[in-house]
Write a protein that binds this ligand. Structure first.
Ligand SMILES: [Zn+2]
Length: 320
């Protein structure tokens, strides 16, 4: 006796010719033809003798249709079956509320060789939102599923978080070697970003002349402003402002832990607020404009040096 329920439309069709039963006991009345055309896995499965055609006493049928149990739960099965049906019957959309559900859908799409479903699930799972919110979880899933591009992309987003991650469920899905690779990459990127602090020649090369950045030297309005100057001479042979030096120091400090463009942007916003509160009539008025321009250069440089850290990419290449 079956206590299972039928899935919702169109997976409850009266003229369907087979029933797929999910692990949580939901029956999907489906058409073999749609599934076979979309998935070589189903094609092979349906080529096997069906329970109703064989005289197994224990083979289950429901309403005269053979019942094939599958290992996916109903939410996962519904998501991948959508991609087997014509667009006129059901939309090929993916909605993933919980990351875990997405992982299960991805596994199912791979198992059934549903390329369209797989790429749609990948896109949803590794959306910018998810990468920003949960880069490490994305990394673990990508690495485990041997997805090269998503692994590298997620590792880059991991640079926005601290070096040592906190515990989360999926962390147990990857090996210590894989995690170590990520940590080593993160650390190398941090060191690469630090190199930009040892010499400001990259700033000089970009601006060519100090008159292009008078605001760093306390001459935003043309005349010297009252803000204190640093004793250190690191840029165009002139003394720069202390607040600018503090901004650079603080940014490089954070870049050690989070070597990414976002660190620069966040640090810039904080400095804009700080400088405005100083109330210098020369520095304050244009601070947002000049700092945002400088942030573009600084962030681009950080991205450049981080992109040169290739050890991780090559270790991902090897994993294939
Ligand atoms: Zn000033």
């Amino acid at each position: 006796m079956s206590v299972s329920a039928y899935a919702s439309s169109p997976f409850d069709h009266g003229r369907a010719d087979v029933v797929l039963r999910s692990s949580d006991n939901v029956d999907f009345r489906v058409f073999r033809l749609f599934l076979s055309l979309s998935s070589p896995f189903f094609e092979t499965l349906f080529d096997l003798p069906q329970p109703s055609e064989e005289k197994h006493g224990d083979a289950e049928t429901k309403d005269g249709l053979p019942v094939i149990p599958v290992s996916e739960d109903s939410k996962t099965l519904e998501a991948v079956l959508r991609f087997c049906y014509p667009r006129t019957l059901i939309e090929k959309t993916i909605s993933i509320k919980h990351f875990k559900d997405g992982v299960k859908m991805l596994e199912a799409a791979k198992k059934y060789s549903l390329d369209g479903a797989e790429s749609a699930i990948r896109k949803t799972l590794f959306s910018t939102n998810n990468l920003e919110a949960d880069p490490l979880r994305c990394f673990v899933v990508a690495r485990q599923a041997r997805m090269r591009d998503e692994t590298i992309l997620s590792a880059k987003y991991c640079l926005q978080t601290g070096l040592i991650p906190g515990w989360f469920e999926e962390i147990e899905m990857i090996t210590a070697t894989d995690l170590l690779d990520l940590l080593a990459y993160h650390e190398k990127c941090g060191k690469a970003a630090q190199q930009l602090q040892s010499s400001y020649s990259w700033i000089e090369r970009h601006y060519k002349n100090r008159s292009a950045i008078p605001w760093i030297f306390g001459k935003a309005s043309g005349r010297p402003c009252p803000c204190p100057r640093s004793d250190k001479i690191k840029l165009f042979g002139r003394k720069h402002l202390v607040w600018w030096e503090e901004f650079m120091e603080a940014t490089f400090q954070t870049l050690k832990e989070k070597p990414c463009a976002r660190t620069v942007r966040e640090s810039v916003e904080k400095t804009i607020t700080d400088v405005r509160s100083r109330d210098c009539r020369s520095c304050a008025p244009n601070i947002a404009t000049v700092m945002h321009q400088f942030a573009d250069l600084f962030a681009k440089k950080v991205e450049e040096v981080v992109a040169e850290v290739n050890s991780f990419v090559s270790s991902v290449e090897k994993m294939r």
